[in-house]
Design a protein around this ligand. Structure first.
Ligand SMILES: Nc1ncnc2c1ncn2[C@@H]1O[C@H](COP(=O)(O)OP(=O)(O)O)[C@@H](O)[C@H]1O
Ligand SMILES: [Mg+2]
Length: 151
């Protein structure tokens, strides 16, 4: 049988409790296999914001606040994560979350992508989040979907 020896493990984080749990699972797997852990957050491009705010914010203010939002998500996730003995890198991507995660995994030849079953979305009734759902169909590598602890 061919062995599965992951070198690159990616986790998608959106600041939600479930994505923090996914990060913990990804870290444990990375540690076991001595794989590199990539902690990735994706923020949607400006179009999505205009509908909420009413008018397009100035480009530099937008860029600054997006970067801030991404940084906060990454910082908070990494703060709560046991990364001892792990090679970790984090990155902020811009675009549609599922597409950007797929592109990232393809680019770095990821062996495993880990996400939560649900995220920070407001549609609480949907069983599988839309990002997780799309990834289940289109992930370019093995995909691990992590549910909340009490679901
Ligand atoms: N913007 C994002 N950047 C990185 N990962 C994300 C992003 N959005 C969602 N994910 C990942 O996908 C999981 C499921 O989220 P999602 O499908 O968006 O559910 P919901 O619809 O409840 O928000 C999250 O726990 C997270 O691991
Ligand atoms: Mg979501």
């Amino acid at each position: 049988m061919t062995e599965w020896n992951p070198r690159n493990v990616v986790v998608g984080v959106d600041g939600s409790e479930q994505s923090r749990r996914a990060a913990a699972v990804a870290a444990a797997i990375s540690r076991t296999h001595r794989a590199k852990l990539h902690v990735i957050t994706v923020v949607r491009p400006p179009e999505g914001w205009w509908g909420v705010v009413g008018s397009p914010p100035p480009a530099d203010a937008l860029a600054a606040s997006m970067e801030h939002a991404q940084r906060t998500v990454l910082d908070q996730t990494l703060e709560g994560l046991d990364t001892e003995g792990l090679e970790v890198m984090s990155s902020e991507e811009i675009g549609d979350p599922s597409s950007a995660l797929i592109d990232y995994c393809t680019r770095i030849h990821a062996d495993l992508l880990v996400v939560g079953r649900r995220g920070a979305g407001m549609v609480e009734r949907i069983v599988l989040g839309s990002v997780a759902d799309r990834l289940a169909h289109h992930a370019p590598c093995a995909l691990l979907i992590v549910p909340a602890s009490r679901e």
